[in-house]
Design a protein around this ligand. Structure first.
Ligand SMILES: [Zn+2]
Length: 427
């Protein structure tokens, strides 16, 4: 017998979530755009607002050394320290939308509030975590808050400075915390039963399929590199076409190869982007002698990504050789894929299917996350999973970001149902 909120309750929850997201979205360092940076006065105000919501939902609240707000609910039946972690982040990018991050925190609080109001008995406690550093908008570090909770915080990031020269270590002090307390933020492995994060999709897939919710299969790995193509600069008027070594035309051919190769891995949801390109010397009347461009390649399987990069390199060498150019690859960023725990994916999918949403065609869609999330760090601590919520137009990191109250109500109902199903596997 489920206590998951039915349709009318979902509407009320969605409306409440919308109000909470508006209140949070009003906390910004600038009046006309949303900016809420890690360990800023706005972070403090947002944390205080969330603390109040957690308390009124029946949770006890604590904060760790990096300002992560942790609301704890100990349901009837729960003994010991084992807990299910539900979280997301409350920091933002510059000129952000209101849903990226806060949605997961708000849905977590409302799910616990609902479970507590029904006096549901569970064999574990629930912690709702509001992390403060997912976007990396203030310091070079990202995911510092969840890293501390997962016990993998890198002390080197304490020396990173923001635009004003304030280091992370100093910002922690100003926030009224102490870096010495960071190790204590870590959960013991035996405490953390699982981590689940609800987040807007930040892409167009759910909307295109007319589905409100989706189960995340993995947070994709990323490879970023710079490619340098060397040819020979020359006079645009005097060098005949067959005698040129045009680095830009060669680069254009390589860029097309990048697109073609990524498309052959569509089953793996591979995406490749060339987002920057500079041609030198960069004059209208000079054949480009040197071109640098970036490649950002993401996929849900590390081996596929590596294979694609090898193919791109081979094609680039072939193209360069045919045009008597030189090409070099300089990798500068690599993150491995974080698969979501299969048993939690199945529970989330069942939870969605239990809601019997119209148009869902009896099955929950599964999709990878092309963006990074706190879940990729929490997966180092315990089995982790993510639930995606449809967002309008797939738009994110933009004030136009929007998820409907109806979808947020459904997400909360799915999360409640997930908690019930997870509890069945824990007894
Ligand atoms: Zn986010």
């Amino acid at each position: 017998m489920t206590v998951s909120p039915a349709k009318e309750e979902q509407s009320a929850i969605g409306a409440r979530a919308e109000t909470m997201l508006s209140e949070l979205g009003a906390i910004s360092s600038e009046p006309n755009r949303l900016i809420r940076l890690f360990l800023s006065p706005e972070h403090r105000r947002a944390a205080d607002l969330i603390t109040g919501w957690m308390k009124s939902a029946g949770m006890s609240v604590a904060e760790d050394a990096l300002g992560t707000v942790c609301g704890h609910w100990q349901p009837p039946g729960a003994t010991g320290k084992r807990r299910l972690l539900i979280g997301s982040h409350i920091d933002t990018v510059i000129d952000a939308g209101r849903y990226d991050g806060p949605l997961g925190v708000v849905v977590g609080i409302l799910a616990v509030k609902h479970l507590a109001s029904r006096n549901v008995s569970l064999p574990f406690g629930i912690d709702v975590l509001a992390f403060g550093d997912e976007e990396g908008s203030r310091f070079r570090s990202t995911l510092a808050s969840s890293s501390a909770c997962a016990g993998i915080f890198d002390n080197a990031s304490l020396a990173f400075a923001d635009r004003n020269g304030v280091t992370l270590a100093q910002a922690i002090e100003t926030y009224g915390k102490s870096a010495a307390g960071i190790p204590a933020a870590a959960y013991a492995r035996e405490e953390a039963a699982a981590y689940v994060e609800v987040h807007i999709e930040q892409g167009p897939v759910l909307e295109a399929k007319n589905l409100p919710l989706g189960v995340v299969t993995a947070i994709v790995g990323q490879s970023r590199m710079r490619v340098v193509v060397l040819g020979e600069a020359g006079h645009a008027g005097t060098v005949p076409m067959p005698m040129r070594h045009d680095a830009l035309v060669g680069s254009a051919e390589i860029v097309l190869a990048v697109e073609r190769i990524a498309k052959t891995y569509s089953a793996d949801n591979m995406v490749a982007t060339v987002g920057r390109i500079e041609a030198s010397p960069g004059a209208t009347n000079v054949i480009p002698g040197r071109v640098g461009f970036s490649i950002d390649l993401r996929s849900a399987t590390d081996s596929m990504r590596k294979a694609a990069i090898e193919q791109i390199k081979q094609d680039a060498q072939r193209i360069a050789a045919s045009r008597k150019l030189e090409v070099a690859f300089e990798p500068f960023h690599e993150t491995v894929t974080t698969p979501c725990a299969p048993h939690l994916q199945d529970l989330l999918a069942s939870a969605i299917e239990d809601l019997r949403i119209e148009d869902l065609a009896q099955r929950a869609i599964r999709l990878p996350s092309g963006a990074g999330h706190d879940a990729q760090v929490m997966a180092r601590l315990c089995p982790s999973a993510m639930l995606f919520v449809r967002c309008r137009g797939g738009i994110s990191h933009n004030p136009a970001e929007y998820a409907s109250p109806a979808d947020i109500g459904l997400a909360t109902a799915a999360l409640v149902r997930f908690v019930e199903r997870f509890a069945e596997t824990q007894t």
